[in-house]
Structure formats: structure tokens, C-alpha cells
Design a protein around this ligand. Structure first.
Ligand code: ADP
Ligand code: MG
Length: 317
């Protein structure tokens, strides 16, 4: 059980990110934190495993103040999954999964068994996958490994910060299903951050809607849908069918380029992150699909894409 008692976080620059939070997350519950960007979701999550210190109040895990836990013990017993796939690129899948069990000094055979068991649990054949490097897996498979790694040392609590938002809609829905099934099977306490109400309603036993660092309403999907406490909640629920557009390079292409060209190209399947990375050094890159150059992407187009997304977010908030 995780209990927040009058928890606040004020950053040194004066930003009040979380304001007098009172909240109880039950053992074995799939608990979702949702709210617009900047509402304090990540801060709330990071306070649980002490990646961020509280300014005020107390968080208890199983009745004990988090400040009274040994920091390593606390972190190892809390799995953490991030939005960006954060696997070590030079390590195999097996080595990636084994990181925390190794820190906990598990025996080699126990770790090997655990790796196989976890890979099977998420539908990846251990023989095929455990000796691969992350780059030899699809994005959806890599994020699956991210989830598995968080579960590896059998933590009691799993924190997930928008874990599926960078995935294509199909991988995303599949992983949502997997996560729900997995949690039912292993009965861990999951604290899951999202800004997608559809996702929240799908996975959450209970959902906490946040705004400006405060709790607006906590309830089951049914309670929120049928008894929203105010217009903000009503509107938030209303957003369910307006999902955020996944990034697709084909939507931001221009047919011609404006400058002499150095021939750098990226595949049309590149993520927003990868595209931004490629554009950090130059203004424009060729985009390739099935071995052919299908157009160009430039910084301006990406900025426009980001602005459009932000405008959409604001309109619906
Ligand atoms: P969310 O995850 O809901 O988007 P965050 O918890 O990341 O929100 O941020 C909540 C607020 O705190 C935002 O206004 C954000 O700009 C601010 N914030 C987050 N981290 C810091 C920091 N290290 N220093 C100052 N302000 C921060
Ligand atoms: Mg966040």
C-alpha cells in the first residue's frame, strides 16, 4: 500500500508541482495518474521511489515512511518503466533484464530461469530473443523488455511513466492488454501515468485525475464516467476518442529540398525522437521508404508538427 499524506513538492525555482496530496493506492491495484502536461504526474511518481524529494508531507509504503527505507532497497523493490525505451544498447536482452537481479546478487541459475520465464510471459521466445541486442528488436518488443526488466527482481510496486505513448497504436494496444493480464496474474501494485483517457479507462482499476498539481477526482472508470465531479473531468473523459496523433514522418514530408544536399537519409519509420536527433546537426534530411527517397523533412516541418500537437492539447483541455 502506498499512502500520500499532505504531500507537496515545490521546486527551487518556486514551481509548485504537487500540492497537499492525500491519496491511498491499495496493494495489488492498477492505479492510473492522468492529467494534462505539467499537472504533476511525473513528479508524483518520482517522489514514490525518491528520485525527487518531497518538500512537505509524508509518503508511506506498507506503513513505513519512504525516508526510513534504505535507498537501494527502496529502488530495487520498485520497478520503473519510462516512456523512452531505455535499454542498454551494448548489452543483450538477457543482460538488460538481469541488471537488478544481479545487483541483488541473485545466483546465476536463478537469474537465467527468471529471464526465460519473463520473456515467455510477454510472448517472446527466450531462445530467439535473449542473446539479441535491443537494436535487433522492434520498438514494441523493446518496450516489452523495458516492462519485463522492471519486473525482473520481483518488485512489489511498479511505476510506469507514459510507458506506451511512443509506440504505434497496434503495439500500444497489445502492450496495454499484456500489462493488464500480467498485473492480474502477478498482482503487483502498479502506478501508471498517462495523458490518454482511453488508455486510463482501459487499464485502470482506479484513476486519479490531476490538474495543476492537485487531485481533481479519484475513482473507478465507472465513477468518473457516470459521476464526474466537475466540467474538467467531464471534458477530460470526453477526450477519449480524440487520441493523440501518432508521429508519422510521411505527414511532415516536403517534396523538394532547398539546399545543396549531403545525402544523409533516415527511414520513414523513424520516431519523432530519431528524427529530431537526425535534425539536430542539419536543417534537412532525405526520407527513405522501401529503398526509395520519398521526400525531405526539415526542422520547420517538425516544429510545425509539434506546435499543432500542442494546440490540439490546449483546445481539448
Ligand atoms: P507531468 O508529468 O504531469 O507533465 P511534471 O510532474 O513533470 O508534470 O511537472 C509538474 C510541474 O513542475 C510543471 O510545471 C513542470 O514544469 C514543473 N517541473 C518539473 N520538474 C521541474 C524541475 N526540476 N524544476 C522546476 N520545475 C519543474
Ligand atoms: Mg510527465
Amino acid at each position: 500500500m502506498i499512502e500520500f499524506e499532505q504531500v507537496s513538492k515545490q521546486f527551487p525555482d518556486g514551481t509548485a508541482a504537487v500540492k497537499s496530496f492525500d491519496l491511498t493506492i491499495n496493494q495489488g491495484e492498477f492505479f492510473v495518474l492522468i492529467g494534462p502536461s505539467g499537472s504533476g504526474k511525473t513528479t508524483t511518481l518520482k517522489m514514490i521511489n525518491r528520485l525527487i524529494d518531497l518538500s512537505d508531507g509524508t509518503i508511506f509504503i506498507n506503513g513505513k515512511k519512504i525516508s526510513d527505507y534504505d535507498l537501494h532497497e527502496l529502488r530495487w523493490n520498485i520497478g520503473y518503466v519510462l516512456q523512452q525505451i531505455a535499454l542498454f544498447p551494448h548489452m543483450t536482452i538477457e543482460e538488460n533484464i538481469a541488471v537488478v537481479p544481479e545487483m541483488k546478487k541473485w545466483k546465476k541459475e536463478k537469474i537465467a530461469r527468471r529471464v526465460d520465464e519473463l520473456l515467455e510471459m510477454v510472448g517472446l521466445d527466450p531462445k530467439t530473443y535473449k542473446h539479441r541486442k535491443p537494436s535487433e528488436l522492434s520498438g514494441g518488443q523493446q518496450q516489452r523488455i523495458g516492462v519485463v526488466r522492471a519486473l525482473a527482481a520481483d518488485p512489489e510496486i511498479i511505476l510506469m511513466d507514459e510507458p506506451f505513448s511512443a509506440l504505434d497504436p497496434i503495439s500500444r494496444e497489445k502492450l496495454q492488454d499484456d500489462m493488464v493480464n500480467l498485473q492480474k496474474a502477478i498482482k503487483k501494485t502498479v502506478v501508471f501515468v498517462t495523458h490518454d483517457m482511453q488508455e486510463a479507462l482501459k487499464v485502470g482499476d482506479r484513476i486519479c485525475i490531476m490538474k495543476d498539481g492537485e487531485i481533481v477526482q479519484v475513482g473507478t472508470p465507472n465513477e468518473l464516467i457516470y459521476h464526474p465531479i466537475n466540467d474538467f473531468v467531464k471534458e477530460f473523459i470526453g477526450k477519449t476518442n480524440q487520441r493523440e496523433r501518432p508521429f508519422n514522418l510521411e505527414n511532415v514530408l516536403s517534396p523538394t529540398h532547398s539546399q545543396p544536399f549531403d545525402g544523409l537519409k533516415i527511414p520513414v519509420t523513424s520516431s519523432l525522437q530519431e528524427t529530431l536527433g537526425a535534425l539536430s546537426e542539419r536543417d534537412e534530411i532525405e526520407v527513405e521508404k522501401d529503398g526509395k527517397i520519398i521526400g525531405f523533412v526539415n526542422r520547420q516541418a517538425i516544429i510545425q508538427h509539434l506546435v499543432n500537437d500542442m494546440n490540439e492539447g490546449e483546445k481539448s483541455e
